[in-house]
Design a protein around this ligand. Structure first.
Ligand code: DQA
Length: 146
C-alpha cells in the first residue's frame, strides 16, 4: 500500500480566489478531496499539508522519511529560489513529483527555472488543477514498480 505526502506551498491556500484566470476556480479543498478519492481507488494513503512557510515544508519533508513512500509537491514560488527545499529533497531521497497548475514556461522569466526539478523524478506542468491527479497516479505507479 503506497503512502504519499502531498505538500502545497505559499498562497495555494487561496486557490479558487487567487488569480482564477491563471489557477482556475477549484479550491484547495476541492483538489485534496479529489486526491483522497483517487488514493482510495488506488488503495493507498495520503497526508496533506499546506504551508506558507519554508521551514514548515522542510520539516514535513524530513518527517516523511520512513513514514511515506513518496511526495507530491507544488512548492509555489519557492520552486524558483528555495535551495533549502531542494536540499531537503536531496537529503531524504524519496520519489517526488513536482506539480504546477499553470504553464510556468509561458509566464514571467523568473518562473521558467525550478531549483527543485533536478532532485525530483519529474514534473507535471500547465494542466490546471487536474495535474495533481495525474501526478499522484504517476507517483503511485512509480512507487509500486520499485
Ligand atoms: C505555481 C507557479 C509558481 O510560479 C507560483 O509562484 C505559484 C503556483 C503553479 O502551480 O502554477 O504559486 O507553482
Amino acid at each position: 500500500m503506497a503512502s504519499v505526502l502531498v505538500l502545497n506551498g505559499p498562497n495555494l491556500n487561496l486557490l479558487g480566489l487567487r488569480e482564477p484566470g491563471v489557477y482556475g476556480s477549484e479550491t484547495l479543498e476541492d483538489v485534496v478531496t479529489n486526491l483522497r478519492k483517487v488514493m482510495q481507488e488506488l488503495g493507498g494513503e495520503l497526508e496533506h499539508i499546506q504551508s506558507n512557510h519554508e521551514g514548515v515544508l522542510i520539516d514535513a519533508i524530513h518527517r516523511a522519511k520512513g513514514v511515506h513512500d513518496g511526495i507530491l509537491i507544488n512548492p509555489g514560488a519557492f520552486t524558483h529560489y528555495s535551495y533549502a527545499i531542494r536540499d531537503a529533497f536531496a537529503s531524504v531521497a524519496l520519489p517526488t513529483i513536482e506539480v504546477h497548475i499553470s504553464n510556468v514556461h509561458a509566464r514571467e522569466e523568473f518562473r521558467h527555472q525550478s531549483v527543485i526539478a533536478p532532485v525530483v523524478v519529474g514534473q507535471v506542468v500547465g494542466l490546471g488543477t487536474d495535474g495533481y491527479e495525474w501526478a499522484l497516479r504517476a507517483l503511485v505507479r512509480k512507487i509500486e514498480k520499485k
